[in-house]
Design a protein around this ligand. Structure first.
Ligand code: HSE
Length: 311
């Protein structure tokens, strides 16, 4: 039995305009790295966390990665199995890029590899969702699912969790701009209204169906038109300084749709080439920089592989 593994898990963009809690996709960078070393005394320990500026809990009952591991171990036959975890945050926390999902996915994916794939992918998904729920205060799988499987994911139902993998258009590029402010998903979720008008629901039904169609057809023009949000963006835009200026800059530079990534503050936009993705990103950043807020720019294709064993 191999007793050491190092896993990279990618960042994800969730909601994707019309798919609140139901659509997400993975991007190539950034991502998190988790190192796991098996123990044979049943203990789970976090030995080191780096890149988090000291904000992540080292308490195994509060950290998303270890909560996911503890859930997995509940269902493992051998109670003497434990693990030492080292978490290297390689992406910003509270950025709307699925940071907690990446850590929980890397942890349980790696643990399952050490246990010779004892659990199915579906089990792993459920364990990772459990970890993620500690961070966001609610069960939502639109970061965890694409992080685990790669590509675009549709969540058909939560009870029980049923996910559907969607195709990825060949020439689809994603621009993500992360303004350096922190938004806690837990707080941002409290802003979501419990009810929406039928007129808004109708727009979402039309757009979600069209988004799925656009992915099957590889039709990025149509995909761009579906990036419309009646649920999250209207109530969360105010958390992101100059959000509408950033969005307009992206659309005016040729983006096929632009909206908040997850609960923000990152903002994503689609395009058809690397050159266009860079141009869009620079114009989004220009708005942010002009207002003296620092930002990161990530240009990526859609990640189709999910977690990767790197050692
Ligand atoms: N769908 C979740 C939300 C994603 O919008 O709250 C959080 O990253």
């Amino acid at each position: 039995m191999k007793n050491y593994i190092k896993v990279f898990a990618p960042a994800t963009v969730s909601n994707v305009g019309c798919g609140f809690d139901t659509i997400g996709f993975a991007i190539d960078k950034p991502g998190d790295i988790v190192t796991l070393k098996l123990r044979f005394d049943g203990k789970v320990r976090i030995t080191k966390i780096t890149g988090d500026n000291g904000v992540l809990p080292a308490d195994i009952k509060k950290n998303t990665a270890t909560v996911a591991i503890l859930e997995l171990l509940k269902y493992y036959k051998d109670k003497s199995i434990g693990v030492d975890l080292e978490i290297r945050k390689k992406m910003p926390i509270g950025s709307g890029l699925g940071s907690s999902a990446a850590s929980s996915v890397a942890a349980v994916y790696g643990m399952n590899k050490l246990l010779n794939n004892y659990f199915s992918e579906k089990d792993i998904l459920n364990f990772a969702v459990k970890g993620e729920s500690i961070a966001s205060g609610a069960v939502h799988a639109d970061n965890v699912a694409p992080c685990l499987t790669g590509g675009f994911i549709l969540i058909r139902d939560y009870n029980p969790l049923e996910i559907i993998q969607l195709p990825v258009p060949k020439n689809l590029y994603c621009t993500v701009v992360y303004p350096h402010i922190v938004i806690e998903t837990k707080k941002a979720r409290k802003l979501i209204k419990k009810q929406i008008p039928v007129s808004s629901a109708r727009k979402h039904f039309g757009n979600i169906g069209s988004l799925v169609t656009s992915l099957y057809e590889g039709n990025i023009d149509l995909l761009g038109r579906t990036i419309h949000d009646e649920i999250s963006e209207p109530v969360r835009a105010k958390l992101i300084p100059y959000f509408f200026d950033i969005k307009n800059a992206a659309l005016n530079s040729g983006a096929y749709g632009c909206s908040i990534s997850g609960s923000g503050p990152s903002v994503f936009a689609f395009s058809k080439s690397h050159t266009a993705a860079v141009k869009i990103g620079k114009s989004m950043q220009a708005v942010i920089n002009k207002n003296r807020i620092k930002s990161n720019l990530y240009i990526s294709r859609i990640n189709k592989t999910g977690p990767k064993v790197i050692a």
